[in-house]
Write a protein that binds this ligand. Structure first.
Ligand code: 5RP
Length: 260
C-alpha cells in the first residue's frame, strides 16, 4: 500500500483509521463526504465486518451513501436515524478553535445538518488543512438557483462591510454547466483570503435571501484527528483540551485496499 498511495493519501487514511476506533457497537453514525471521508467509510466497513458491529449510518451525500451501502453498511436517511452518536467528516481548513471551512466537495449543507444532529463531530484531516486564520480556501456558499446572480451581488455588497480581504463570489462549475448539489442548488465560492470574524460572517451570509447555508462550521466540531504520511496521528479534543499521539500501522492486506 505504501508504494501505491501518496503521502497525503496515507495521512488521510491514518486519520480515518484512528477515528473509526471511536465507533462502538450499536452506534448511529454520520458519514462525511470527500476523499478522507471515503477512507473512513472503507475502514468503518472493514471494522464492522470483522467485529460484527451493528451500526446505523446516515450519509452527508449521495456518493457517501452509495459507497457505504456498496461496502455493506446499513444506510438510512437522517430522519430515519434520528439523533446520531458520532459524525466523522473531513474539512478544507480548520483553526485552533476547530472552526472549519467545509464544502470543497459541495456537500456542506447536508454535512452541517448531519453534524449538528450528532452528539459529537470528529474531523479527520491531513496536517495541511490547519491554518492560523481561516479564508485562504474559498468559502463555499450554497444558494438556490432562482435569482442566483442577485444573490451573488448581495453577497459581494455585504462582504464590503466584513473583516475579509477579498469579495469575489464565483459560481462553481461542473464542466460547462453550474455545479448542482445533492439538494439541487448551486455553490458560490467566496475568495476571501482571510476571515477576521467567522461568526459575524456566517450570520451575515445566512441572512442574504437565496443563501441556503455557508461552509463555516462554528462550535460544531468537537475533535480533530490529524494524520501524517508515516502513520502518526494526533487527536485533539476541544472540550477537554487533551492531545493524544499514536501510530497507525499500514497493512497491505487490509480489506479496504483490495479494490484500490
Ligand atoms: C465536502 C467537504 C470535505 O470534507 C472537504 O472538502 C475535504 O475533502 P477531502 O477529504 O477530499 O480533502 O467538506 O463538502
Amino acid at each position: 500500500m505504501s508504494l501505491q498511495l501518496t503521502p497525503i493519501d496515507r495521512a488521510k487514511y491514518a486519520a480515518a483509521r484512528r477515528a473509526v476506533d471511536l465507533v462502538e457497537d450499536g452506534m448511529k453514525l454520520g458519514l462525511g463526504t470527500g476523499s478522507t471521508a471515503a477512507w473512513m467509510i472503507r475502514a468503518l466497513a472493514a471494522r464492522a465486518q470483522e467485529e460484527n458491529l451493528r451500526l446505523t449510518c446516515a450519509a452527508t451525500s449521495n456518493r457517501s451513501a452509495d459507497l457505504a451501502a456498496e461496502l455493506g453498511l446499513k444506510v438510512v436517511t437522517l430522519d430515519q436515524a434520528g439523533w446520531l452518536d458520532l459524525t466523522i467528516d473531513g474539512a478544507d481548513e480548520f483553526d485552533a478553535e476547530l472552526t472549519l471551512i467545509k464544502g470543497g466537495g459541495g456537500a456542506h449543507l447536508m454535512e452541517k445538518i448531519v453534524a449538528a444532529a450528532s452528539d459529537r463531530m470528529v474531523v479527520i484531516t491531513d496536517a495541511s488543512k490547519e491554518v492560523k486564520t481561516l479564508g485562504n480556501f474559498p468559502l463555499p456558499v450554497e444558494v438556490i438557483p432562482f435569482g442566483w446572480q442577485s444573490t451573488r451581488m448581495l453577497i459581494e455588497e455585504m462582504l464590503n462591510a466584513m473583516d475579509v480581504m477579498g469579495t469575489q463570489a464565483t459560481l462553481r462549475m461542473n464542466g460547462e454547466a453550474p455545479f448542482v448539489t445533492d439538494q439541487g442548488n448551486h455553490i458560490l465560492d467566496l475568495g476571501l483570503g482571510r476571515i477576521g470574524n467567522p461568526r459575524q460572517l456566517s450570520l451575515a451570509l445566512n441572512q442574504v435571501p437565496g443563501v441556503v447555508e455557508n461552509g463555516l462550521f462554528i462550535d460544531i466540531c468537537d475533535a480533530v484527528v490529524i494524520g501524517y504520511g508515516d502513520g502518526r496521528v494526533e487527536m485533539r479534543d476541544i472540550a477537554s483540551g487533551s492531545v493524544e499521539h499514536e501510530r497507525i500501522v499500514f497493512e497491505e492486506e487490509d480489506n479496504i485496499f483490495r479494490d484500490i
